[in-house]
Design a protein around this ligand. Structure first.
Ligand code: MG
Length: 392
């Protein structure tokens, strides 16, 4: 590794964010060097990434895949690890200057907390960890001098707008939402939506979990909670604006009435790269807005009736206690059931609402408590769906 190169460890290297991050590394070999890669279970892609980028360590979370991974990387000199512990080792590797937290769901929580406890610069793409355990994560960052740079495009936009303003000058942040594929659908049509229809997002190319979350608009709800923790604002200082073109990625309203916005074509490589290049900006030649062409940008208020997930997330944030962790777990479990065609589209918010009313409890102050509530909630959702108590 040369002195100019920053060592990067990628948690979730085979997913949508992970592969786009490696695309950036490919373009900036003089600036970035991969020191660790980890994936949940996609061994074949992980192996080809390992051969291309020669990291020091590779880990697979799913222990049943370990022997195969080890065999395929035999003779390369790469250390091969397994399980949650192996992934956490990647997140704390001394040579990792930046850790990209790009695992999906609360399964990535331990590695995110490990990176923060090791005082790393964390490029955070995993919003679920802040939703389920925002308090713990922010406290770990404070205690160990770790920095969190958001990768989520909206939060990256706010972060970029704040660069010369500072959070103390902010009146509000305005998170933009595309509205997803069903923004214009009639409300009575929503329950007939199939996973195939919900997986087609009009603007963004993303992994399946976040694409379904965009369709229910839970994604925006999770992002409100994410913003609450990242920027240290009150609930009332975070607004949602539906902006179907996805050109403005979020805005900041300052105390003097001035609004700053970050605009670009919807391409996740920009916020990923910015999290790695910050405070510099590196070239990214593709994707320029064509300002010579007539076009309009629209703005609408969010529709909390048609998209109850949004309301549920805002209520969970306001309720405090364990509500955000329950919301997140119920959503992950319900989305999984929807993708397996065992729950209808509108069954997702119904299930979450029921879990929130049944499982409310006090603030979760340890990792173990978060995991306990997460598992309890998932079991509750599976049981309720299994008993077929939803006539939806
Ligand atoms: Mg986003």
């Amino acid at each position: 590794m040369t002195e100019q190169q920053r060592g990067i460890s990628i948690i979730g290297s085979t997913g949508s964010i992970g592969t786009q991050c490696l695309d950036i590394v490919r373009r900036h070999p003089e600036r970035l060097r991969v020191v660790a890669l980890s994936a949940n279970r996609s061994i074949d892609l992980l192996v080809s990434q390992a051969y291309e980028f020669s990291p020091e360590v590779v880990a697979v979370a799913d222990e049943s895949k370990f022997a195969e991974l080890q065999k395929k990387l035999q003779g390369t000199g790469i250390q091969v690890l397994e399980g949650e512990e192996g992934v956490c080792r990647c997140a704390t590797l001394p040579k990792a200057d930046i850790v990209l937290g790009a695992a999906t769901g609360v399964a990535g929580l331990k590695s995110v907390l490990s990176a923060l406890t090791a005082g790393k610069a964390l490029a955070l793409a995993n919003k679920e960890t802040l939703v389920a355990a925002g308090d713990l994560a922010m406290e770990a960052a404070r205690a160990h001098g770790a920095t969190i740079i958001p990768v989520d495009s909206e939060h990256s936009a706010v972060f970029q707008c704040l660069e010369d303003g500072g959070i103390n000058n902010v009146e509000k942040i305005l998170l933009t939402a595309s509205g997803g594929p069903f923004w214009n659908s009639a409300p009575h049509m929503l329950d007939k939506i199939t996973p195939q229809e919900a997986l087609k997002h009009p603007n963004w190319d993303m992994g399946p979990k976040v694409t379904i979350d965009s369709a229910t608009m839970m994604n925006k709800g999770l992002e409100v909670i994410e913003a609450y923790w990242l920027f240290g604002l009150t609930e009332k200082q975070i607004d949602i604006v539906v902006h179907p073109q996805s050109i403005i990625h979020s805005m900041v309203l300052f105390k003097d009435g001035s609004v700053k916005a970050q605009l670009s074509l919807p391409d996740m490589r920009l916020p990923i790269q910015y999290a790695l290049s910050y405070p510099d900006r590196w070239s990214l030649p593709e994707g320029r807005i064509d300002w010579t062409r007539p076009q309009s940008l629209e703005f609408h208020p969010p529709d909390l009736k048609k998209f109850p997930c949004l309301r549920l997330a805002m209520e969970a944030l306001e309720a405090g206690g364990n509500a955000s962790a329950v919301l997140n777990a119920a959503n992950e479990a319900a989305v999984d059931l929807f993708l397996k065609e065992k729950l209808s589209f509108m069954g997702i918010p119904h299930m979450i609402e029921r879990a929130l009313s049944e499982l409310s409890g006090p603030v979760l102050s340890t990792y173990e408590e978060v995991v306990h509530v997460d598992q309890l909630t998932r079991r509750y959702v599976l049981d309720a769906a299994g008993r077929n108590t939803f006539t939806l």
